[in-house]
Design a protein around this ligand. Sequence first.
Ligand SMILES: C[S@@+](CC[C@H](N)C(=O)[O-])C[C@H]1O[C@@H](n2cnc3c(N)ncnc32)[C@H](O)[C@@H]1O
Length: 288
Amino acid sequence: MAAETNKQSMYEGSEVQSFQFYLQHSGEHAAVLRFFREYLPGEFKRIAADKSNLAVLGVGSGGGELDVQMLSLLQSVCPTLPISADVVEGSTELVANFKALVAKTDNLEKIPFTWHVMLSEDYKKQVKDVKKYDFIHMIQMIYYVDNLTETIKFYRSCLNKNGRLMIIVEKAGDGWDLLWRTFSKQLCNESNITYRSSGDVLASVKTLGLQYEEHSIPNTFDITECFDPNSETGQRLLRFMTATEDFSRSFTPQIRADMLKFLRSKCSAEKEGKVYFNSCLSCISVHA
Ligand SMILES: C[S@@+](CC[C@H](N)C(=O)[O-])C[C@H]1O[C@@H](n2cnc3c(N)ncnc32)[C@H](O)[C@@H]1O
């Protein structure tokens, strides 16, 4: 995943389908949810101490699959505290999916939602009296914001005392980062993208002099079919991983061959005849 420099970054139509296909095959949400169950209860208890209500903001929440799980977890950790949720998401299609998911998730009817169907940049411009939140999360979306340091500075300024800004992003030095940095000329040119990983987020956080913690979210997924040009699954995974319309028609044949070789030898591990892509994520929790 990576950052688009134009403002076509929100997912609609074929991007939604490609992302959902990726989620089904990558186990990414399952890995993040495992991490949430270990990490968030302690974090939520600290955030909620001395509070009479809790305000949560999700930025780039997509279809809300992770948000509803986080909010349910927050309810179970703080059963007596009223919770409200705001969502800033650019995709009308994914907001509709999110609303449908809220409607069918037990207990979420107790949480009032405010939907800001807009880009993060527009939310930042639009809010005059900045609303304060106790927990703000940006999961796999920081690639798409215009100015990374300014964005972190803005959302951190929206935190209440003891609040946390949780950014989840591809981990520096792991599979995504190696692929996108090694082939940045081709991948970024083809998709009009600049790439970011946890290394870039940490650089911004350090420039701003903020206190933070970093945690790894390990994950791998099977990309064996990417090496079979006749596999539809492989081609669809490659489409998402390289942010191309059609991997088999993008770049020169030599570059495609080099990328596939690099994917196998540097970004993955082989086990029992299968190739597993190293897709570790990083959670950077910025303090108020
Ligand atoms: C990779 S998806 C992640 C969705 C969700 N957080 C998850 O992990 O399943 C990125 C999401 O960010 C949204 N997005 C992209 N650019 C955005 C922006 N500038 N402001 C708000 N949302 C944006 C997209 O529409 C998409 O839903």
